[in-house]
Design a protein around this ligand. Structure first.
Ligand code: SAM
Length: 274
């Protein structure tokens, strides 16, 4: 297994950075409704590639997914674009996007509302940040303010999702968390080290975790998510492991004799440790 290193902390690892970014994006959108904000890794066409990967009927990883019923949880959803893209590609199951930035949720709800109602609508879906799934049901896509690292995962395991979500998505959020300098309370472990134990309960048994990163190579992502959980991880996390079941192809480049990719997306299945 590749030895894990840590990234140099940066402002992208702070909530303040994301709050400011989405505040700006809301303002831009108000002035120009066609400006729907940043889609991460757009230059690699990641969103389309992820949707194609999930929608490919010949893909062994996703063969058992039903376009009608598969449920999606998007971690660090930003403007919700990936969920909207999946809905537009014909996936009709329940979708939930979560983000710790209240402004992100406000923005995503606003975009969801504009997809489902005429512009003259007087409702204000973005005024609430309560932890309820009933306050914005535009197209059965929900957005919730939720801190993956500091809020209990059980808050995202409601109703039919009590056993977890079919597909849990992360596009750029593990990257952002890797850039946080914060440590787990009472330890010197960086918070990124607790990420796996936070997301494990969110994926149902046999469900998929699809992570996309520009900061970690495929080998490094395997190091973070495959193999046995760490001793420091809780008992529940140690009952499970993720096994790699697919990868998304991106154009590769060669530099100094080394072959690389600008971004990596790996798909893991959650299986019980035997
Ligand atoms: C690089 S952006 C990606 C946004 C979106 N997934 C996309 O692909 O466009 C990272 C996102 O993670 C969110 N985020 C970072 N740390 C988080 C945490 N602890 N809990 C929830 N969201 C978090 C940020 O607010 C930001 O929206």
């Amino acid at each position: 297994m590749t030895k894990l290193t840590h990234l140099e902390p940066s402002e992208l690892g702070t909530k303040e950075y994301w709050d400011n970014l989405y505040t700006t994006e809301i303002t831009n959108h108000t002035h120009n409704p066609s400006d729907t904000g940043t889609v991460w890794f757009d230059d690699s066409d990641a969103e389309t590639k992820l949707i194609d990967f999930l929608s490919n009927p010949d893909q062994p990883a996703t063969i058992s997914l039903s376009q009608r019923t598969t449920t999606f949880l998007d971690l660090g959803t930003g403007n919700g674009s990936l969920l909207f893209g999946l809905r537009d590609a014909g996936w009709t199951g329940r979708m939930l996007g979560v983000d710790y930035s209240q402004q992100s949720i406000q923005f995503a709800r606003r975009l969801a509302q504009s997809r489902s109602s005429p512009p003259s609508s007087t409702s204000s879906p973005d005024s609430s940040s309560s932890h309820s799934l009933d306050d914005n049901d535009a197209q059965n896509i929900y957005f919730l303010e939720h801190d993956i690292l500091h809020t209990s995962p059980t808050e995202l395991l409601l109703d039919e999702q009590s056993q977890g979500w079919d597909v849990v998505l992360d596009k750029g959020t593990f990257d952002a968390i890797s850039l946080s300098s914060e440590t787990v309370a009472g330890t010197d472990r960086r918070v990124v080290e607790s990420y796996r134990s936070k997301i494990t309960p969110l994926v149902r048994e046999g469900g998929l975790f699809l992570v996309t990163s520009c900061n970690w190579t495929e080998a490094e992502l395997r190091g973070w998510f495959e193999g046995p959980a760490k001793e420091e991880d809780d008992e529940e996390t140690r009952k499970w492991r993720f096994e790699e079941v697919g990868r998304v192809e991106y154009p590769s480049f060669s530099f100094g004799g080394v072959k690389g990719q600008t971004i990596s997306s790996l798909c893991f299945r959650k299986v019980r440790n035997t």
